[in-house]
Design a protein around this ligand. Structure first.
Ligand SMILES: Cc1cc2nc3c(=O)[nH]c(=O)nc-3n(C[C@H](O)[C@H](O)[C@H](O)COP(=O)(O)OP(=O)(O)OC[C@H]3O[C@@H](n4cnc5c(N)ncnc54)[C@H](O)[C@@H]3O)c2cc1C
Length: 283
């Protein structure tokens, strides 16, 4: 039986693994890919220690290599179920089953994309998936945010600080939260522009924009946690001050617990969770 299994090798999972390994524990880390930044070439320029912007994917990759170099066991596989065993937990992946005394969920959040013509073309050229990451570049610009629920509301709070002209586009969905901004409920047909996006074309006409932020849904990777009866509020796993969920021995860190969806915060969470897990396993 393992002492601790970490699900996810993004910044939160790897940060926790580094601290736990150095504390003398041997965490097993299971992840299915590089997480939020997998497959994107977006540049990160708000994380400490890089004099030049670094590709997000490369930053995450080098965290994984750093952990491996320290001797952390890392497996690439998808976890499909998490259950409580007689003592601790049973983690089932597509190829194997593991038992452990404690589990850290560091599974991040899946940001939804849009299957709308022009989305891929203008991603990074006026279309962004992260208001906190890119909103600053659109100060005082004419902005749109596409979404209709709690996640959109969270991202909108940030955008409202950088521009007084932010319209919410629900893309035909019903708005499920309260906002003070203008709301456009038309269905989006396509995004158009030259080098950069210039207009959103809806079934009710064209709207000029300088920037579009996508904040639809956010179905997080919390499905297997829910199987255990973990408390989830507004798509975030609830944890106490020790990063422990309502289930003893089950911890969570990073994007999955909400707050700022940023690398620095995920790294911090991982470190703090590692501390609590260490105390839990040694009590
Ligand atoms: C396009 C984009 C640009 C961004 N730019 C910035 C930026 O400039 N600066 C910044 O600070 N932040 C940025 N972010 C946010 C940042 O990427 C996240 O806040 C950070 O990666 C969260 O770390 P995490 O470890 O919580 O989750 P993630 O990095 O998402 O990692 C989640 C891990 O869990 C694994 N996982 C999930 N489900 C399973 C499963 N069922 N089985 C096994 N493994 C699983 C994944 O494979 C992955 O390894 C950006 C995000 C996006 C999408």
């Amino acid at each position: 039986m393992k002492k601790i299994i970490i699900i996810g090798y993004g910044p939160a999972g790897v940060s926790a693994a580094l601290y736990l390994k150095r504390a003398g524990l041997n965490p097993l880390v299971i992840g299915k890919d590089l997480g939020a930044l997998d497959g994107y070439s977006d540049l990160v320029e708000n994380y400490y220690g890089f004099s030049e912007p670094i590709e997000g994917r490369k930053l995450i990759q080098s965290g994984v290599v750093q952990a491996k170099n320290l001797g952390v066991e890392i497996i690439t596989d998808s976890v499909i179920s998490l259950k409580q065993g007689e003592k601790g937990f049973i983690v089932t992946t597509t190829t194997n089953q593991y038992a452990s005394e404690a589990v850290l969920l560091a599974t991040g959040k899946t940001r939804q994309t849009l299957n709308i013509p022009g989305f891929k073309k203008f991603r990074g050229k006026g279309i962004s998936l992260c208001a906190t990451c890119d909103g600053y570049f659109y100060r005082r610009k004419k902005l749109a945010i596409v979404g209709c629920g709690a996640y959109m509301q969270h991202e909108l709070e940030y955008l409202n600080r950088v521009s007084k002209d932010v319209t919410v586009f629900t893309h035909g969905h019903e708005l499920t939260c309260t906002v003070e901004n203008d709301v456009n409920t038309a269905k989006i047909i396509r995004f158009i522009g030259d080098e950069k996006i210039s207009h959103i074309v809806t079934d009710q006409g064209e709207v000029p924009v300088d920037g579009v932020f996508i904040a639809l849904g956010v179905p997080s990777s919390i499905d297997f946690a829910s199987q255990l009866g973990v408390i989830v509020e507004k798509n975030n796993i609830s944890v106490d001050e020790n990063y422990q969920t309502n289930i003893e021995g089950l911890f969570a860190a990073g994007d999955i617990i909400g707050g700022k969806l940023q690398i620095a915060k995920a790294v911090y969470d991982g470190m703090q969770a590692a501390d609590s897990i260490y105390s839990y396993l040694n009590k």
